[in-house]
Write a new protein. Structure first.
Ligand SMILES: [Zn+2]
Length: 306
């Protein structure tokens, strides 16, 4: 095995208070949509033909910030000569399972994306993957530079993911009863608990508003006031909206693009997200808007009564 890496994940950058507060400030400033589960899943599927089952000849890390607090020289050797055995997704993380028991973990954060080797050179390339049998390189591009890359053993990365993430929303094991049991004692608004990655992994502002609309529940309803039947409806709505979004390649509102440069189509199918002040597509009432859980939120006062 080449390039063995002694990574101590206790130094993960995203656990550091300064990184988290910078990210929060940047998010408040940015106010744009960020990749959520369907967008990350679309990227994963786009990467499959270039990575899964192939050997990484080498990588170049052009921006040290991507791997902070590590230096590129610490991380680069871990990739060389390893094959990508499986390309997985967990929540909003891309999980590259490498040969020899190593895993690489990309988080796109606000503006991270990948460009296929035959796509034009993006303007903010932070990393290149050179793959055996593939002409050119697969580029990781990130104008705002909040994306992260970590490399560790499978065990280290799994422990990291398990410490941060609850169930996957599209797993059958995540159902209305499980969700109800997890949140029925919480007084926070539904929006906050659905955004909590430990309650359910992968949701963000877009799909939480969309799921609440489809389920007919207000995003500012306190979680402990959600009945079991409505919890089941809400979970079904989360799954429905995610499945539909994945089928159309996610939502493109600002920066997000698929690996082949393609825009998603879900933004044309929104009922709630970003529609405050506009007429409800179902009943025509004016959609309400407010900040809930610190995030801009919209709902229909007629169709989402409580
Ligand atoms: Zn309505």
């Amino acid at each position: 095995m080449r390039g063995s890496l002694n990574v101590q994940l206790s130094r993960e950058p995203h656990k550091r208070a300064d990184f988290v507060s910078t990210l929060r400030r940047a998010r408040d400033w940015y106010r744009g949509p960020m990749p959520e589960l369907p967008e990350v899943e679309t990227v994963r599927r786009g990467l499959l033909p270039y990575l899964e089952g192939r050997v990484i000849e080498r990588v170049e890390i052009l921006d040290p910030r991507l791997v902070r607090p590590w230096a590129p020289a610490d991380i680069v050797p871990a990739f060389a000569g390893r094959s990508v055995e499986r390309l997985e997704r967990r929540g909003k993380w891309l999980v590259f399972r490498l040969s020899g028991g190593m895993t690489a973990l990309h988080h796109l954060r606000m503006t991270g994306s990948f460009a296929a080797p035959d796509q034009p050179e993006p303007s903010h390339v932070r990393m290149r993957y050179f793959i055996e049998g593939v002409q050119g390189s697969l580029r990781y591009n990130d104008p705002r530079r909040f994306g992260t890359l970590e490399v560790g053993t499978d065990t280290e990365i799994d422990a990291l993911l398990d410490s941060k993430l609850g169930p996957e929303p599209l797993d059958d094991a995540w159902n209305g009863d499980v969700f109800h049991a997890a949140v029925h004692h919480r007084t926070a608004p539904l929006k906050a608990v659905l955004l909590d990655q430990k309650v359910v992994a992968g949701l963000g502002n877009i799909y939480v508003d969309e799921a609440c609309f489809l389920a007919g529940v207000r995003p500012d309803l306190a979680a402990d006031r959600l009945s079991k039947p409505r919890a089941r409806r809400l979970v079904d709505a989360v799954k429905d909206r995610l499945i539909e979004a994945i089928a159309v390649g996610g939502s493109t509102l600002r920066d997000y693009r698929g690996v082949e440069g393609d825009a998603g189509g879900m933004q044309e199918r929104f009922y709630a997200y970003g529609r405050a002040g506009k007429p409800c597509l179902v009943c025509g009432a004016t959609m309400r808007g407010a900040r809930v859980a610190g995030r801009s939120t919209s709902w229909c006062p007629h169709d989402q009564k409580s």
